[in-house]
Design a protein around this ligand. Sequence first.
Ligand code: SIN
Length: 531
Amino acid sequence: MIADKNIIKTDFLVIGSGVAGLTFALKSAMHFKDSLITIVTKNEKNECNTKYAQGGVATVWNKTVDTFNQHIEDTLIAGDGICDKEIVKMVIKEAPDRLQELMDWGTKFDKTDDGKYALGREGGHSQNRILHHKDITGAEIERALLAKVKNTPNIEFLDYHFAIDLITEHQVTKKLITRKEKITCYGAYVLDEKTNKVKTFSSKVTMLASGGNGQVYSTTTNPVVATGDGIAMAYRAKAEISEVEFIQFHPTALYNPGEYPAFLISEAVRGDGAILRNFKGEKFMHHYDERLDLAPRDIVARAIDSELKKSGSSNVFLDCTHLNYDAFKTHFPNITEKCLGLGIDVRTDYIPVIPAQHYICGGVNVNKNGKTSIKNLYASGEVTRTGLHGANRLASNSLLEGLVFSHNAFLNLTKRFQKILFHKNIPVWNDSGVVKNMEKILITHDRNEVKTIMSNYVGIVRSNERLRRAEKRLKVLYKDNKRLYDHSELSVDLCELRNLITTAYLVTQFSKKRKENRGGYFNIDLIKKTV
Ligand code: SIN
């Protein structure tokens, strides 16, 4: 029988500390003043994808030149027919309010000399509409939100706490539950990395805001923490997942072999006029799309991939030599410094770039209120499939998505939170029967293998044969990992590997099921069938 003292009760359990998790926690804490909000995050408090977002947040801010309809249209075009139009409209219309709130909470966005907000441009946008803070927008947003969280007394923030699994009927009834049955989330099992003990959290509401799974690929702009934990946990709990085959590859990561994760050269650089050139120094985007260097990301990434395959060269180049250097340095101080550190002077040298995995467009299905198919489990940010991105996310729409869905989830809870009760009888974590895992190197090997499989077979260009090979190899890895997981003392590495394999498998499975090429999904065997 469960001893209550072994269970930690919290009204709201928030998993993840990026923009989606922090804004949800703040809103909930400020409204439900007598409630406890616990944020768990597996690394340092600010270590998340949000921190690395360079470009900014797309918003119709200057209504004299821009309109909601244009932003909606740009989003739908980038999404290549797969977006949910009502969701797109809702998010874009809500954007200015959410941005104003970020500003009110202390986020500083760049202004021009006349005191107006400086609006940048990125691929797929028909207007300048990206609010940004130099080339470190995500880090600035994180800074402001973390400062506010620190001053909010009913938020408890636990860093180095790794969420292992959600607690649902699976654990409570110990029966095999099918996806069709009504499932409720009652909290989560969380590994305290400092004590290596698993804590059992009982919560009324759980918010999954744990980001994407970029680490399944060898080359990604995502930090090492992006291991698909939320998608994998939700999948194991039998939540609905969709559209995970739509992986976005950013066209311009810095080509710097050995640097890991890849350093991003923001699309805003092309927005300010930089031009892609091939190994001969020739422009090439006019061969691929009339929007040239500012075509949506999927098109630019495939164009670069095709140039690389034709020439056999390792990278293409981004030419900034014709741009005003002072303006460049002001907008992109971080990129300028990074390049200089590698001996690249953007006034005279081209920046070597290659595409790198950047974002997963699908994930855990949520409705407009951020509700998943599991009761009392909400989700927001990259972990979700909301219908906003469709087959290819429009640049700088991701932080916005997190802001809007976390807000809507909070609003929804203002109507129903009081009626939600703790489950009285959840089982504490049971770790009997496990032994210390002596062969840590097996985890490292398997992690590398996942990356190789996904990069070779489930990358920018896929084929039926590649997908078949990926699936076959991932099944072997799954079985090996299950054996390790069932018999070893838990560690973050082991849990991450489990999640990497699960999400890699999901991306492969969903890819196999897709029967036409759209946005970020491109299978050479489907070319003839796609009009
Ligand atoms: C970038 O700065 O190019 C990334 C922005 C984004 O991913 O939306």
